[in-house]
Design a protein around this ligand. Structure first.
Ligand SMILES: Cc1cc2nc3c(=O)[nH]c(=O)nc-3n(C[C@H](O)[C@H](O)[C@H](O)COP(=O)(O)OP(=O)(O)OC[C@H]3O[C@@H](n4cnc5c(N)ncnc54)[C@H](O)[C@@H]3O)c2cc1C
Length: 603
């Protein structure tokens, strides 16, 4: 079985030493009393739940999978899942970051995000059952009527009911404008929905007694395309006026997908057979509500790969220190043993450090993004709310695509550290790789994220949001530009920032003449932007580490090796990973012709 130790010290480092989240939180009236001790105490308990309850169910759940009963349309989750869910609810974990007015505990989103990172490390597939509920909750809290909020949100915040997102149909995944599911008004404020959805995560389960599906469908008079899509709440069981469960609704699971990873999460085909639903938001404006859920889910998917990167790293590190093969190139390091541990070999260290650098860079970005979301909703200053929302909109595709692409590289590298043993099921490594793969696909494939970033979020506003992030880098450069010890971190990000400005203008100009130029460059562009963002956070982490080490030296005490480890990882990141930006900009600049002028090659 895989091992996992919740990375609490690393989380505390990012939250309290790098980002100083308590100060930011205390500036918001809803979190005026929040402090580091409270956050840390909750996460200690959250880590126990992940490591002690969910981790033991990860491999067994993957092996057993979910079962479907065609007669009753029921889905049974693997052994232990139901009990773990009951513990999750009893522990109040579902309510952590939900608003007190809907029965929530009102803790900051960053606490929930760190808790979910740990659950994703321990068992991504299990964590998806409650995980999707948060996005559905947010969509209803933002766009639902008072009656809808009163009917559903308390039950969702307590974990009594889960939520799903039902967008995809067999012929329509990326292009939701092709959607066919219909919604007929009944004249009493309700609608009857008919159609077939596929690939619906947690679409059916035996963990809760109701499931609240958020479904996209078309009204009879809807204009064609995405502008004719509306959003509906369709509960598995109708809810009576007194809140009790009513009749079974005409929405059911028609079968489960058999798939590569996250096998213990039920990926359901959902049949809507005249199911009763109510409209969320305005007719034909369904994407507004669904985008609240999709944006939450995109951040959640980045967090899934962060969790997998961390747990894969922990396991590979332990194995590399233990496994004896060959001697170090510079002479035996364990002369009393038959061979040296493989951690002495440079390339093994490279794979380990890659995973570590991606996990810790990803955690800094995730925590920063959670704070932006918090500020967007709760900061008393309207200008801060607006600015936070805009920056988060730009960072969301980077969180989703950069962290999940890195997660794939990292989990695959960590499997490689195990050699053939990584390919064998018992160590758990091959499961991390399989589970990590879906994160690059769902919630809008990573290609779609890159088009969203370059086409809409960057070129769509002439680089204004990129300049906002540039300001953060500018402030760090101004603060540390003359500090020689920081030069190895500051110089690369300052240079890349300048190059990105030219690079973006160039792509905008080429894209204006030929839109395929944007499509051809977008994936490379997102990776460059991802490194700019990671570079910024790694520079800030190195800054804190250097300051702590200097403080220890000036007081004549040994420095905590934790900080030296951060510094070494920062140096590795800037030396071995960040420089891929030069190649990426070069390949992006080769343009679209070598892709589009290739009909013979692709005939
Ligand atoms: C395990 C699993 C769980 C899922 N969970 C859910 C869920 O809970 N709810 C839900 O609604 N859906 C869910 N999905 C569906 C998922 O979101 C879609 O599979 C995904 O959005 C891609 O759609 P598609 O599979 O139809 O691929 P397509 O849209 O057919 O795309 C195929 C390929 O073409 C590329 N492509 C398409 N358009 C463009 C373009 N304009 N430019 C460049 N490339 C393009 C894509 O990037 C992709 O590589 C899930 C899928 C899986 C496998």
């Amino acid at each position: 079985m895989a091992i996992y130790t919740p990375p609490l010290r690393d989380m505390q480092f990012v939250m309290h030493e790098v980002l100083d989240v308590s100060a930011d939180l205390q500036a918001m009236p809803v979190h005026a009393d929040m402090d580091a001790d409270t956050i840390n105490a909750v996460l200690v308990e959250g880590g126990k739940f992940a490591a002690e309850v969910l981790l033991p169910l990860n491999i067994s759940g993957d092996t057993e999978g979910c079962t479907y009963d065609a007669k009753s349309h029921a889905v049974t989750t693997p052994a232990g899942f139901k009990e773990a869910y009951a513990q999750y609810v009893a522990g109040g974990w579902a309510a952590l970051a939900c608003e007190p007015e809907f029965g929530g505990q009102g803790l900051p989103l960053i606490v929930n995000q760190c808790f979910y990172e740990m659950m994703n490390s321990a068992n991504q597939a299990w964590a998806m059952y409650p995980g999707l509920t948060h996005g559905a909750y947010a969509a209803l809290a933002t766009h639902g009527t008072e009656e809808q909020k009163a009917t559903y949100l308390h039950k969702m915040s307590s974990g009594a009911w889960t939520g799903t997102m039902c967008l995809t149909e067999a012929h329509c995944g990326t292009d939701l404008g092709l959607m066919r599911t219909k919604a007929e008004p009944q004249g009493d404020g309700t609608y009857r929905l008919t159609g077939n959805k596929i690939f619906i995560s947690a679409g059916e389960q035996d963990l809760t007694d109701n499931i609240i599906h958020l479904v996209l469908a078309r009204l009879p008079d809807a204009p064609p395309g995405i502008k004719g899509v509306s959003l509906f709440i369709v509960p598995k069981f109708l809810v009576n006026a007194d809140g009790s469960l009513g009749a079974r609704n005409g929405i059911y699971c028609g079968g489960l997908e058999h798939k590569m990873g996250i096998k213990s999460n039920a990926t359901a085909q959902i049949v809507l057979d005249g199911a009763v639903g109510t409209l969320v938001g305005q007719p034909n404006k369904g994407m507004q509500g669904m985008f609240v859920m999709m944006n939450a889910a995109r951040l959640g998917v980045g967090n899934q790969s962060l969790g997998l990167t961390e747990v894969a790293f922990q396991n590979a590190l332990a194995y590399a220190r233990d496994r004896l093969q060959m001697r170090s190139l510079t002479g035996p390091k364990a002369p009393d043993q038959a061979a040296d541990p493989i951690i002495v070999h440079p390339d093994v260290r490279k794979m380990l450090l890659t995973a570590r650098a991606y996990a810790e860079g990803g955690r800094a970005l995730m925590c920063f993004s959670s704070m932006l979301l918090e500020k967007e909703h709760h900061h008393p200053d309207e200008a801060v709310r607006k600015e936070s929302g805009e920056l988060l909109a730009m960072l969301t595709p980077i969180v989703k695509a950069f962290i999940t692409d890195n997660g794939w590289t990292a989990t695959s590298g960590c499997l490689q550290v195990f050699g053939g043993h990584g390919y064998i099921k018992e160590w758990g490594m091959e499961q991390f790789v399989r589970d990590a793969r879906i994160n690059m696909i769902y919630e809008g494939t990573n290609t779609i994220q890159s088009l969203d970033l370059l086409g809409r979020k960057i070129l769509g506003n002439n680089g204004a949001t990129l300049k906002k992030f540039g300001k953060l880098i500018g402030a760090l450069v101004a603060e540390e530009g003359v500090n020689e010890k920081m030069a190895e971190f500051i110089t690369p990000i300052a240079m890349l920032g300048e190059q990105m400005t030219r690079f973006t203008t160039e792509l905008g100009f080429k894209g204006f003449q030929n839109p395929d130029e944007v499509g051809a460059a977008a994936v490379d562009y997102l990776r460059v932007a991802g490194h700019l963002v990671f570079g910024y956070f790694w520079a800030r982490m190195a800054q804190v580490a250097l300051r702590q080490m200097a403080a220890a030296a000036s007081q004549g005490r040994p420095s905590d090796p934790f900080y030296l480890a951060k510094l070494q990882t920062a140096r590795f990141y800037f030396a071995k990973l960040f420089p891929e930006t030069a190649t990426l900009m070069r390949t992006a600049r080769t343009g679209s012709k070598v892709l589009m002028d290739t009909d013979a090659a692709l005939a």
